[in-house]
Design a protein around this ligand. Structure first.
Ligand SMILES: [Fe+2]
Ligand SMILES: [Fe+2]
Length: 485
């Protein structure tokens, strides 16, 4: 019989959990990875999360399917948070200079370049979600299993959280791929999928643990889509449920700030304003993607705001569904993100966003919307607007940190946004003349639907509302905005 090792026989005082509950003494007595090896692998994970953040952000604008747009916004944000956590952890590991912006291996770079450049949504889903993310999670699992659970507890904690969220993303993506990428499409993608695998092998895997395959030079790496440099597509696209995307036929702000209308009807109009905010992720993705060279904190904060705005849109969706309204009948426009993305520089677009969000802070802004929501007697509305307001206060801070310092002071920064916005004249007539929209007044139909679901008669005064954005600049300057925030 083998004699028990001193480790196995070791007992803590009154059998209390050993080592503060991290693991057993026996587990902690196994040597693990060196600090140098940990840093090397963590830097690779950091690089992967950074590239995934970049890829998912860049694909939000031109992706037509709303559920994918919001999914990309969510996952880009999660990746940004894990980048931040890994940066902090690497900085704690005896590693100046950190070299966090370095590419760990040219083949790993090519692997992510291929996914970024993938022309079809199906390929993006395949590359990012069924190839890169599971491979990253496997490497993180290996690290968690190999490192010493006591000495390297801070890294294991960071990676445990990352892994948890990668698994959530994985569950989302399986359902998405199952519904959107049939076997014929999967078959057609096989040759490209093999290139991705080859690149991963060439990189020695995500963590560089396997023997990398030597290529004479970086230019010998197999590349298909990334043979040409990446071109960001700034034109927002929507799926078929957004059936009249140039419609500026219902002036929501004019309704919202008119004292003669009841709070309950205003609540409905606010849901329209929330859902319309799907244009903010579209324009923020454009700013983030086209503003290189900022400190990492910029990308993290801007991505947080982008994700909040996607949530605001989904809050609108939830409200409409809860109140028995088919939201596709409220014509959700993309006019604003389209114009900012195609007519403004990223800094100008940021200026317009900041200018509008500052306009949301005073009396006519988010507090007012919250009060109307409370007055409406719909508890869900109050919840939605309460958090919408809180998020907006955060966005104002983000603007103060990353936008205002580009200028001499607050006034100059606001003037810059105001001027950029003024340059974009109303296109109300142009889009009508081009036959893109008739600016149909969708309000009565939506209002009647909500009344029917509630079992009440429509109020004739509310039903008769018929004010468009014709001739109005779309912001809160004269309470005639058609914008999001
Ligand atoms: Fe918002
Ligand atoms: Fe906002």
């Amino acid at each position: 019989m083998p004699t028990p090792t001193p480790l196995a026989g070791y007992k803590s005082y009154k059998n209390l959990p050993q080592l503060a509950g991290l693991c057993t003494v026996e587990e902690a007595a196994r040597p693990g990875l060196s600090v140098e090896e940990c840093v090397r692998r963590l830097k690779r994970f950091h690089y992967c999360f950074k590239r995934l953040h970049q890829i998912l952000t860049a694909r939000i604008t031109a992706e037509p399917i709303y559920e994918l747009k919001t999914g990309f916004a969510h996952h880009a944000y999660l990746c940004a948070e894990h980048v931040s956590a890994l940066r902090t952890r690497i900085g704690e590991m005896r590693e100046p200079p950190l070299g966090l912006e370095d590419v760990p291996h040219p083949a790993l770079e090519a692997f992510f370049d291929e996914i970024l450049n993938a022309p079809m949504t199906e390929e993006l889903l395949w590359g990012a979600y069924t190839t890169a993310i599971p491979a990253l999670n496997r490497s993180i699992d290996d690290y968690r299993g190999e490192t010493n659970p006591l000495s390297d507890a801070p890294s294991r904690r960071v990676l445990r959280f990352a892994s948890l969220e990668l698994e959530d993303i994985g569950r989302w993506s399986w359902e998405v791929v199952f519904n959107l990428v049939d076997t014929a499409k999967q078959g057609a993608m096989r040759p490209w999928s093999r290139i991705l695998e080859e690149l991963l092998v060439a990189a020695g895997g995500i963590d560089g643990q396997s023997q990398p395959v030597a290529y004479a030079s970086g230019s010998d790496l197999p590349r298909r889509y990334s043979a040409k440099p990446y071109q960001y597509d700034p034109v927002p696209r929507r799926d078929e449920r957004f059936s009249d995307p140039w419609n500026q036929g219902v002036n929501a702000e004019s309704f919202l700030y008119n004292e003669k209308f009841p709070a309950r009807a205003k609540a409905l109009m606010m849901l329209y304003k929330r859902l319309r905010e799907i244009d903010v992720p579209e324009m923020m993705a454009s700013i983030i993607t086209q503003t290189p060279g900022k400190p990492w904190g910029y990308y993290r904060d801007m991505t947080r705001q982008l994700w909040d705005e996607a949530r605001h849109a989904m809050m609108g969706e939830v409200g409409f569904v809860a109140f028995g309204v088919d939201w596709t009948k409220a014509k959700i426009t993309l006019n604003w993100s389209y114009r900012l993305n195609t007519e403004c520089t990223p800094l100008e677009a940021h200026g317009v966003l900041y200018f509008i969000e500052q306009g949301l802070m005073p009396k006519t802004g988010k507090r007012y919307e919250f009060e109307v929501a409370q007055e409406s007697g719909l508890p869900l509305m109050a919840t939605l607007q309460d958090f919408d307001w809180a998020d907006e206060v955060l966005h104002s801070q983000i603007g103060r940190v990353w936008y205002v310092p580009e200028f001499g002071g607050l006034k100059e920064s606001l003037d810059y946004g105001d001027a950029a916005w003024s340059r974009i004249l109303s296109n109300w007539s142009t889009v009508k003349e081009q036959g893109l929209t008739k600016h149909e007044n969708w309000w009565p139909a939506v209002y009647e639907m909500a009344c029917a679901a509630e079992g009440v008669q429509p109020d004739p005064v509310v039903l008769a509302f018929d004010e468009t954005y014709e001739g109005k600049r779309a912001d809160l300057k004269d309470v005639s905005e058609g914008v999001s925030g």
